[in-house]
Design a protein around this ligand. Structure first.
Ligand SMILES: NC(=O)C1=CN([C@@H]2O[C@H](COP(=O)(O)OP(=O)(O)OC[C@H]3O[C@@H](n4cnc5c(N)ncnc54)[C@H](OP(=O)(O)O)[C@@H]3O)[C@@H](O)[C@H]2O)C=CC1
Ligand SMILES: N[C@@H](CC=O)C(=O)O
Length: 431
């Protein structure tokens, strides 16, 4: 009979402090929900002297991982140090010592999830990672349990809080990219190296996790096409607004006839799209299932307590399994072999902002590049930008294939009429 549960925490930064606050502050609820006391036994940090964002007894802190992963009384290890190699090593050690593991580490799960899950299963341990995607939104449990009966064909997500916060503030408050990134870092949304946020890598890791679960295939990080937001300018956002779109960093995973595409890229969403109204650090995941139809899950995608909510809910699940004696039995192997779509099979509309020569014939030469590729234009705008004979052309194509669009991009670059392709983004038609 499990009479109490002892937890070891690896990391006491933004998320770790939230876990301590929730485990300490929700004792009554936890006792009621799992039927026995749950307490924190040891906490690994790098710097024992640092001021913490939670109240913690100094004797619980250690700078030696062995005190957590090899501790004889610890039943559950929560990994929130981040990074890959060190975290992988500690988690493997904990699992091989028959400790259940909870992690918020999408970098690690996207790269080594299969290895860690099979080690957990081999040791009869749970390995849960709800907080690794979309912070406080219970999206992993939704795919694994809530929609387990359905066939999912499409998932679109705003799964990075930092970039959504940056795009919202740049658009609504006219702030610069650098100003807002600094704010997002101060608020604890950004990764320790924010490059992975702004270049779309963090979102790509999350989409690899979601697509693997949703499509029951082993989707690797390398299978995800990635483009970040660091080149987006206030002019792009202004034109998007004029055309009735909102710019978002969108994770896109689709399955047609057994083949899948997974990407993360800045995307123009019609203002009527359900994801267009998701603001600030909030995340949302739109899921289409053949039987259920459209569903959407919304909430805070980053931050101390939202992320800790998912972790402590995983803890509740682990303790319930411990009391039932069923840990390590929830891993389901992928059902399908991975098949990725080719560029000819991926469809989309595209936005271009071009600087062209402002002279007779330019316009027809430009539109003929699209016409020769059998792509028609849905929206078009032209205005002079300077006295040196340069005009700005902004356009949106009708639906075409990624392959045709790549050809158009190449031809535009090669023609003498386009001076610079200022920007180029995907446009979403409808949900
Ligand atoms: N921040 C967020 O909103 C979210 C974060 N995540 C994920 O959660 C994890 C933690 O993120 P976050 O809390 O923001 O990170 P922080 O950088 O705020 O905290 C990291 C903590 O881990 C400790 N630490 C780091 N490396 C080591 C090491 N090698 N040995 C011992 N201790 C170490 C640090 O110690 P010290 O304090 O002494 O320096 C710090 O306490 C990451 O995987 C992140 O991707 C997931 C969802 C949301
Ligand atoms: N840096 C991440 C934190 C949560 O995963 C984000 O901004 O979403």
């Amino acid at each position: 009979m499990v009479e109490n549960v002892s937890v070891g925490l690896l990391g006491l930064g933004t998320v770790g402090s939230g876990v301590v606050r929730m485990v300490e502050g929700h004792q009554e609820e936890l006792l009621h929900r799992v039927g026995c006391p749950v307490y924190i036994e040891k906490v690994l940090v790098q710097n024992l002297e640092k001021e913490r964002a939670c109240v913690i007894k100094p004797e619980l802190l250690t700078s030696s991982a062995e005190d957590v992963v090899n501790h004889p009384d610890i039943d559950v290890v929560i990994e929130v140090i981040g990074g890959i190699e060190q975290a992988r090593e500690y988690i493997l050690q904990a699992l091989n010592n028959k400790k259940h593991v909870i992690t918020a580490n999408k970098d690690l799960m996207a790269l080594h999830g299969a290895e860690l899950l099979s080690t957990a299963e081999k040791n009869g341990c749970d390995l849960f990672y709800e907080a690794s995607v979309a912070g406080g939104i219970p999206i992993i449990r939704t795919l694994v349990d809530g929609l387990a009966s359905d066939r999912i064909t499409k998932m679109m997500g705003i799964v990075n809080g930092t970039t959504n916060y940056i795009l919202t503030k740049m658009d609504k408050q006219n702030l610069t990219f650098e100003e807002v990134l600094k704010e997002a870092q101060e608020l604890g949304y950004a990764e320790s190296d924010p490059t992975s946020d702004v270049e779309g890598i963090d979102a790509a890791r999350k989409m690899a996790i979601l697509a693997s679960l949703g499509f029951s295939m082993n989707i690797h990080l390398d299978d995800v096409e990635v483009k970040g937001i660091s080149n987006i300018t206030s002019e792009d956002l202004e034109y998007a607004r004029q055309f009735g779109y909102s710019m978002k960093l969108i994770g896109n995973a689709r399955k047609d006839g057994g083949k899948v595409e997974v990407s993360v890229e800045p995307t123009l969403l019609p203002d009527t799209h359900p994801l267009a109204s998701v603001q600030n650090e909030n995340n949302a995941v739109y899921i289409y299932g053949e039987a259920v139809g459209e569903t959407m899950f919304f909430g805070p995608g980053a931050g101390q307590l939202p992320t800790a909510t998912s972790i402590v809910s995983d803890l509740v699940a682990v303790v319930r399994n411990m009391r039932l004696g069923v840990n390590g039995k929830s891993v389901v192997a992928p059902q399908f072999e991975k098949q990725l779509k080719q560029a000819e099979e991926i469809e989309g509309k595209y936005f271009y902002r071009l600087h062209v020569k402002d002279e007779a014939g330019t316009f027809s030469a430009l539109t003929s590049v699209f016409a020769e590729n059998q792509v028609s234009l849905e929206k078009l705008l032209q205005k002079p930008v300077d006295e040196d004979g340069v005009a700005e052309v902004v356009l949106v194509t009708h639906t075409t294939t990624k392959h045709q669009n790549e050809q158009i991009y190449q031809q535009l670059r090669d023609t003498g009429i386009v001076k610079v392709i200022k920007s180029h983004y995907r446009v979403e038609g409808g949900a």
